[in-house]
Design a protein around this ligand. Structure first.
Ligand code: NAD
Length: 499
């Protein structure tokens, strides 16, 4: 069995705390590696060293920093299959989905290649007699990224790309359940030219996170994970005077109007509800058909599609629809919630309980379940199940469906399927959710827009990636200046680079 490591000062570093967590193979239920859990002292040392490295990195001009991202992007492309496999091996998602995880992270690195245009400042010429003003964007110093298990490549890349290219050093604490991809990405960044110490990947659990949150050198914390932890981290980081943006869980609704193309809507619900075994913060977990006729027809379309989903380990080929969930505890929790839904009176139209994957009986596989007649008081509606379970809540009218979506405490993503542009437009304007799909089930914005939920799905301001990320990872300094003489003596004839 492998013992994993931290990535400190450009090298693999053995854990020094004598505490480890098991990294499981979700398909077999076996332990495949141990990951060291950093102590507060190890975190402190990693931060101190990052602070020293950050000085030279911040003084490196933005264009050169962007060139590191260009080479990094090339390396990610070259290693796409390897990275995708690394994701799938620890997470359990299918190989095409593992590569998709890397790809959606790479797209943010591509935007970082053009970072100088986001980092340039503002200038006011002649704000007063002989007075000019300019504002510059300066890096914050050492920042931290704390990331979840479900996108082991994408979310670390969303964090490290904008933070590093803006001139910061970063302490990245990936999920202890899927740590290897972040460690490999750090090696590739070094190969791309990132100076040692500018990215430190420190593995750990609550002890490591708390040490990050309490360290005075850390200027900003970017977190992604479940809502209770997001709220906790936001509170502790803010009370320690740090900038914080903490993205949490979700319960994403998809309204299906009577005029929608129901085959397309059913395909969308199955893809968005069961892809990655429902372990996506943008998974659709609640279908909201409007009117009894739509609901009954949707059930007819959904049941055969859900029953024919192919479940398997990532090694079983590209036609597998989804793999196991992340841990035995997650498997038990999801099955328990399905039991609860039955007890509470929802109609279980497809029952995934008791699913056994032949040859992988000890794996964390969960069959696909589909509940109809779910009501907002039920536990299966109130909790983020984060598993292959779709709930259908029937609505009488569009206004009822909209109200249901808006009353839900989460506000990450939502969607509407309709042929009516007026309804779609009304929905997009009124709904209190951060990312909206119109005939589009998982509306994760492209990397040059920004990603972020509302309500209990995000704490703090500014979104992830896109222009907001460069604002989050820099601060503005504004200079007001007055000069009494003009240009310097002597001609400069060479056409030189600024750097
Ligand atoms: P999690 O909250 O359990 O863990 C996230 C990170 O927090 C990990 O690095 C973990 O080590 C750390 N952590 C866990 N418990 C902690 C504690 N008590 N104190 C300090 N740190 C702690 O989340 P997860 O299970 O890894 O990920 C799944 C969750 O993430 C889901 O709720 C999902 O919706 C959410 N998510 C949200 C987004 C988004 O952008 N909104 C994206 C992906 C996932």
């Amino acid at each position: 069995m492998d013992d994993l490591y931290h990535w400190i000062d450009g090298k693999r570093a053995k854990g020094g705390s004598d505490r480890f967590a098991d990294v499981m193979n979700p398909a077999t239920g076996e332990v495949q590696a141990r990951v060291p859990l950093a102590s507060a002292q190890e975190i402190g040392a990693a931060i101190a060293s990052a602070a020293r490295a950050q000085v030279g990195w911040a003084a490196t001009n933005p264009q050169r920093r962007a060139r590191v991202m260009m080479t990094f992007g090339q390396l990610i492309n070259q290693h796409m299959d390897e990275l995708g496999e690394l994701v799938s091996r620890e997470h359990g998602k299918t190989l095409p989905d593992g590569r998709g995880d890397v790809q959606r992270g790479l797209e943010v690195i591509e935007v970082c290649m053009g970072a100088p245009s986001h980092l340039k400042g503002e200038f006011t010429d002649d704000g007063g007699p002989g007075i000019d003003l300019y504002s510059m964007r300066q890096p914050l110093g050492v920042v931290a990224g704390i990331t979840p298990f479900n996108f082991p490549a994408m979310i670390p890349l969303w964090k490290m790309g904008p933070a590093l290219v803006s001139g910061n050093a970063m302490i990245l604490k990936p999920s202890e359940r899927c740590p290897s991809t972040a460690l490999r990405l750090a090696e590739l960044l070094q190969e791309a030219g990132l100076p040692d110490g500018v990215l430190q990947v420190v593995n750990g659990d609550k002890e490591a996170v708390d040490a990050i949150l309490d360290d005075d050198t850390i200027q900003a914390v970017g977190f992604v994970g479940s809502t209770p932890i997001a709220q906790y981290i936001y509170g502790r980081a803010c009370s320690n005077g740090k900038r914080a943006q903490c993205f949490g869980g979700a319960k994403n609704h998809m309204i299906v109007m009577p005029d929608a193309d129901l085959d397309k809507a059913a395909d969308a619900l199955v893809g968005a509800g069961f892809g990655a075994a429902g372990e996506r913060c943008m998974a659709i977990s609640v279908a909201v058909p409007v009117g009894k006729k739509t609901a009954d027809a949707l059930v007819e379309k959904l049941v055969p599609r859900i029953e024919s989903l192919k479940i398997g380990p990532y090694t079983a080929g590209d036609d597998v629809d989804f793999g196991p969930v992340i841990t035995r505890a997650a498997q038990d929790r999801i099955n328990g919630l399905v039991d609860k839904g039955v007890d509470e009176g929802a109609t279980l139209r497809v029952d995934g309980r008791g699913f056994r994957m032949q040859g992988y009986e000890d794996g964390f596989f969960v069959g696909a379940s589909f509940f109809d007649d779910v009501t907002p008081e039920m536990e299966i509606y109130r909790q983020e199940i984060f598993g292959p379970v779709l709930c259908q809540v029937r609505a009488d009218t569009y206004e009822d469906a909209l109200k249901l979506t808006m009353d839900n405490p989460y506000g990450n993503g939502c969607a509407i399927f309709t042929a009516d542009g007026d309804v779609a437009r009304d929905f997009a304007h009124r709904v209190n959710v951060g990312m909206v799909g119109i005939n589009f089930p998982i509306p994760v914005p492209l990397s040059y827009h920004t990603f972020g939920g509302w309500k209990k799905s995000a704490f703090g301001d500014l979104n992830q990636y896109g222009p907001d990320a460069f604002r989050f990872y820099t601060r503005t300094k504004t200079v007001t200046e007055r000069w009494f003489s003009g240009i310097k003596d002597g001609a400069e004839t060479a056409f030189r680079a600024m750097d």
